[in-house]
Write a protein that binds this ligand. Sequence first.
Ligand SMILES: [Zn+2]
Length: 91
Amino acid sequence: MFCMAHQPIRTCIACRSKRMKYELLRIVRTPAKELKIDVHQKKQGRGAYLCFNQACIRKALKKQIIQRNLGVQVPPDFEKKLLTVLNGESR
Ligand SMILES: [Zn+2]
């Protein structure tokens, strides 16, 4: 049986809303200090979570929330990558 207690909750770094971990997009700072989109939520490193929507992605980039949370520079093409994942994974 599906059990809510086993679903980890994470907070979106842009809008601060709490959601199930699997409903969010995970971004990770790898041990090599690269910024990656962790589609399967399994990569090692420090992670941050964003809602699966353009508003939160844009807000996080515009207000430099990712930099502040993960302490890395966001590459110029990162927004495009995020939006590609968003479009490819939209449910
Ligand atoms: Zn959000």
